[in-house]
Design a protein around this ligand. Structure first.
Ligand SMILES: CC(=O)N[C@H]1[C@@H](OP(=O)(O)OP(=O)(O)OC[C@H]2O[C@@H](n3ccc(=O)[nH]c3=O)[C@H](O)[C@@H]2O)O[C@H](CO)[C@@H](O)[C@@H]1O[C@H](C)C(=O)N[C@@H](C)C(=O)N[C@H](CCC(=O)O)C(=O)O
Ligand SMILES: Nc1ncnc2c1ncn2[C@@H]1O[C@H](COP(=O)(O)OP(=O)(O)OP(=O)(O)O)[C@@H](O)[C@H]1O
Ligand SMILES: N[C@H](CCC[C@H](N)C(=O)O)C(=O)O
Ligand SMILES: [Mg+2]
Length: 495
């Protein structure tokens, strides 16, 4: 694995142009590293005290100083200052950290064609397909996504959809050094609010859609929309802003955009248009930008993703015909509508990352569109702990509306009691649907039961965890892979 760059700068050079309220101590100190975690502080590092969701990083300034941090960046100065450390006081530590991180790594985003994808659903799909497309077109390409980060085919594990600003700039720098010309990344709403992408130079931004999610974190839908829009508002004049004109909030996203405003649509006038010819089990047949093509991705929602990818590629200067030709052969991201068929009774298992009401509704609608009338749909679904609770009853109800049988189960309970989550899900089940619902907290058992219920040719949808290779219970991640469990159960039950 190539080394991460370890640049060295003086503190003063990193602070050029930034609004600093006060400095105590010398700014000539050499900086070899940046950290947001006091436990990683050491001589030569700058520690940024961030106000977190759980704790206030200012509590750990003393610890960082004790470990030898050369400088600390704070919003509030501690009562006692250590003469061996430089204290930089700013109005917003998170924003300052992002700008310092960009400078520390030499502003890699300015030398890359960096495209960010935001929206409730479809970010990973679009970013991953863009990565595959540009690889096929012959470029060296970086990817920052929920599933994994990549430099060409080299995989770098991801812990977040969008990494923190330090890791993000370090990764961009590494991508640049590896010869990447393009980087496609997901921009989560958390990332925008927490300034993870502040100070990056984007060549383009793509908006997929916005529906219910993360209201636990953002409080209101309006704040959630503001976060997504914040990314578009900050795009430079030189960038393109590509939005989904068919999404209710698509046009709002463009309101304050300084750059080129572009749209895509399946329903009306737009820069990039598509018409659905066929949505079948083997893929989509579309007329895209005036030309007919067959695609391997399934479901109308993927027609939107394909259109967004096509639009972004053309806006990046690629030849439309070549883009269509390559795009038609590409598959989706792992764990996104991924089918596995049992050997004997031809039960189709579908593993999908639908963990929002909109995604679940779309996936069930897609299955309804492509299934044979004789095929029953059995859905296994849960909702994550320590995340938006409001979606729980809604998702249980949607599962009932779109399925013959439903097994409610656990997703990643995290620090919540799985049975509490399940009770909240059950509250969404209509009295007339109670007969089709089973509740089994153990996800493995739930998948086993769904497989046992499946007759020859039926469809078992396992929703919510997609590519995830673990289940997180009380802070401990244990190996768990929906696709593997499905295959195991098919085998065990002779399906
Ligand atoms: C809610 C949320 O976004 N949390 C992120 C946030 O953590 P936090 O606010 O809880 O941090 P905290 O524990 O309160 O600590 C505050 C500060 O004190 C520091 N600290 C803490 C302890 C200590 O001893 N010393 C110390 O310096 C911490 O490093 C931190 O800088 O800042 C951390 C550092 O960047 C992130 O790792 C953490 O992501 C957590 C793990 C997380 O689960 N985030 C999810 C919700 C998230 O970000 N998801 C989005 C995608 C969603 C989607 O795809 O739909 C993502 O982009 O991944
Ligand atoms: N354009 C779309 N519109 C609606 N639903 C979609 C769309 N694309 C994908 N989905 C559904 O949403 C799920 C998640 O898709 P994907 O991983 O691409 O989204 P994401 O925005 O990256 O999600 P996350 O916020 O968790 O990173 C898919 O498994 C599918 O069920
Ligand atoms: N990026 C999303 C993923 C949710 C996936 C689902 N399996 C869950 O654990 O809730 C989040 O962190 O909220
Ligand atoms: Mg994602």
């Amino acid at each position: 694995m190539p080394d991460l760059t370890t640049p060295s700068h003086s503190l003063s050079s990193l602070l050029i142009g930034l609004p600093v309220l006060a400095v105590h101590g010398p700014t000539s100190v050499a900086v070899h590293g940046l950290t947001l975690d006091s436990r990683q502080a050491a001589p030569g590092t700058v520690f940024f005290a961030l106000r977190g969701a759980t704790v206030d990083g200012h509590q750990f300034v003393g610890k960082a100083v004790e470990l030898g941090a050369s400088a600390v960046v704070v919003e509030e100065l501690p009562a006692e200052l250590n003469p061996a450390t430089t204290y930089v006081q700013v109005a917003d530590s998170a924003e300052t950290m992002a700008r310092v991180a960009a400078a520390f790594y030499g502003h890699p985003s300015r030398q890359l064609k960096l495209v960010g994808v935001t929206g409730t659903n479809g970010k990973t799909t679009c970013a991953t397909v863009l990565h595959k497309l540009f690889r096929e077109l012959g470029y060296h390409v970086g990817l920052l996504s929920t599933v994994q980060n990549q430099i060409d085919e080299e995989v770098i594990p991801a812990t977040h959809t969008t990494p923190d600003a330090i890791r993000l700039n370090a990764l961009l720098s590494r991508m640049l050094q590896a010869g990447c010309t393009h980087v496609f990344m997901e921009v989560s709403s958390h990332a925008v609010v927490q300034h993870r992408v502040t100070g990056l130079h984007f060549t383009g931004g793509v908006f997929t859609n916005i529906t219910h999610d993360h209201l636990d974190y953002h409080g209101t839908f309006d704040n959630y929309l503001k976060a997504k829009k914040g990314f578009f508002d900050a795009l430079p004049k030189s960038a393109f802003a590509l939005t989904n004109a068919d999404d209710k909030r698509g046009p709002v996203m463009l309101q304050n955009v300084a750059g080129r405003r572009e749209t895509y649509s399946l329903r009306g006038p737009a820069t990039f248009r598509a018409r659905l010819i066929e949505n079948a089990v083997h893929g989509l047949h579309l007329e895209l930008d005036g030309r007919e093509a067959q695609f391997r991705l399934i479901g109308v929602f993927n027609a939107y993703n394909l259109l967004a990818v096509y639009g972004a590629a053309v806006l990046l200067g690629e030849d439309p015909t070549e883009v269509l030709t390559v795009l038609s052969g590409l598959t989706s991201a792992p764990g996104r509508f991924e089918p596995v068929v049992s050997a004997r009774t031809r039960v189709t298992g579908i593993v999908d990352y639908a963990h929002t009401p909109d995604a679940l509704e779309n996936v069930l609608q897609t299955i309804a569109d492509i299934r044979q009338p004789s095929q029953q749909i059995i859905t296994v679904v849960g909702c994550g702990g320590n995340r938006d609770g409001a979606k729980r009853p809604i998702m249980a109800n949607l599962a009932c509306q779109g399925s013959s049988r439903v097994v409610l189960t656990s997703d990643n309970p995290r620090f919540e009691d799985p049975n509490d989550i399940l009770t909240q899900m059950q509250a969404g089940v209509k009295p007339q649907d109670l007969g089709k619902v089973l509740t089994i907290a153990d996800r493995r058992e739930a998948i086993k039961t769904a497989c046992a219920l499946a007759g020859p040719g039926d469809i078992v949808l396992v929703a919510g965890k997609g590519h995830e290779s673990y289940q997180e219970i009380k802070g401990v991640k244990t190996d768990f892979d929906d696709k593997r469990v499905l295959l195991e159960m098919f085998e065990l039950l002779g399906k």
